[in-house]
Design a protein around this ligand. Sequence first.
Ligand code: ADE
Length: 247
Amino acid sequence: MRIDILTLFPKMFQGPLNESMLGRAKKAGLVEINIHDLRHFTHNEHRKADDRPYGGGPGMVMKPEPIFEAVEFICSPSGQPKIILMSPQGKTFSQEKAKQLAEESHLLFICGHYEGVDERVRQKLITNELSIGDYVLTGGELAAMVVIDALVRLIPGVLGKRESATKDSFYRELLDCPHYTRPPTYRGMEVPQVLLSGDHQEIQKWCKHEAIRQTFLKRPDLLKRANLTEKEKSFLKEVKGKRDGCH
Ligand code: ADE
């Protein structure tokens, strides 16, 4: 996959994109990431990429010309990437959207700033507008990094077998089950016996039940969409019964 990022602050990407899994994915050639400084596409003396809004009002607006020219520079005549504007007005990013984006061959992220971008950019260039949540960041850079991190780990080959994405929280609309590692007893706290039993079927069943329990306790809203079997539904009833018994 190829990812291009158009930003006023290219240095912000240096750490996150070169460390850990993203760094490994780049080194392995599974993803190519190019960062473009929007100021290179300005023509004025001060490399200004923003201007005052028509009609007045507070703040500045990102000018259309540098963005249009940068997009034309990045996009080859043959391949048209998905062009994603990061902004608080976008659709909320989710695991489902990460999966869809991971299937694309070329993505271009535009990191919004100030009061936003000139509306003509949105009208002519943008194919998706994404927000990472209902709060306002100083710019789209951190949001783009979040989205890129979430989607790159879903590209086949990026995660090793041991780190498979199929058990992630949200993979099946459930949160992940709790995890333990050595030692088996720490400060009097025991690892659940079943995890030490070597019985893989029982372990799987425990994980599933705990995932249901965690989801019920922390994010019950997700359970409406979860595809539970009849047996899992009756386990959920048990968990609910226990909770109601406590009150
Ligand atoms: N830019 C500013 N806030 C943002 C958000 N919540 N998501 C995406 N981009 C943003």
